[in-house]
Design a protein around this ligand. Sequence first.
Ligand code: HSE
Length: 414
Amino acid sequence: MQIAVMGFGTVGSGVAELVTNNSALLARRCGVDSIEVKRILDIRDFPGSPFEDKLTKNFEDIVSDPEISVVAETMGGLRPAFEFTAACLKAGKHVVTSNKELVAAKGDELLKLARENSVSYLFEASVGGGIPLLRPISRCLAGNEFLEITGILNGTTNFILTKMITENMPFGEALSIAQKNGYAERDPSADIDGADACRKTAILASLACGKHVDPDLIHTEGIRDLNLEDVRYAHAAKFAVKLLGTCRKKRDGSFYTIVRPALVPFTSLLSRVDGVFNAVMVRGDAVGVTMFYGRGAGKMPTASAVVGDIADCVCLGRNTKTGYGWGDRDGSVVSDYLSEPVSLYVRGLATDRAAAYDELLEVFGSNRYIYVGDAPINEIAFITQRDSERTLRQKLGTLRNFSVKSVIRVEDDI
Ligand code: HSE
């Protein structure tokens, strides 16, 4: 059985190494005589690489080769990954990928093409790195209606937050270690500003609701504006600060879908997920709560997920399809996030402390106040009661004796 890899970067080189090093056990588990990498596509040269004889710059060497039946797309980005993937599917080749940007943007089109050509388009590595997640959701939990999927979906930001909080490491230093370890995107602002977690949330939401959820519809906030003062207040109130992606089914059938930093109670398993690890909580109507945990980024964990998909395709053989994925896009699936009931952590400065407390009581009713040692004398931090986010933000906008410095959503129930 011959496969090809498109893109010889961090993940692609991991896939080539893993398939080659574990070729015999992979073949045995898939019930074939052998599995080997026949071609690797990349526009760059890799002199001295053990895969030098397999490297090509010509896509035709892969798409027109009838011996290659599975192609791993690890190029990243939309173009030319979309055109290459579409051409491989049309040529009757299974395609597996770690490219969450492409799956989130064009999954509906590529899944349709795969169905039309009786092949599979699989993307286990696109969410949660090495964690087996999409196949369990699609197969093991197929009998469930999904009520909520919430997770820590970006390894880079979780790594940075952990280093900043536990080692007092400056943001830039933590980011540069994440880059050296191969966790970060080529443009790390996709990690920091939440775009990567947004794409993964869109993929999970699409699987949960069966329609393609456009990532552009998902309200997204990253960790750029988080500061250590807020982390200290959060800890004093027994919360950790985590970047979470959520899709939660509402009574009207739409989904509250959002990516944002959130206060997670110490009692939640998610609060204890540190470093490059990701964790995803899936709540189904039959199974209740399940948790998936593992390395969310990095060369070999991600390669592990890609190779798992390759194994599935090899087992399936030609002219078959796994049949999981989703249908056409539907913008009405995503609800207005501002209408969701939330409680907010708020930190700010009082112009007059007593007047501010009076006003906060009048506007919000009873808040939960948080105190830390050596805070500035006029600083007040509190957690509001639950109300729609729109109402709470409008109320914050009316305050005269208190200027808001930070607002973070609180997730009490996870
Ligand atoms: N940059 C991504 C992350 C890679 O840090 O999670 C894995 O998708």
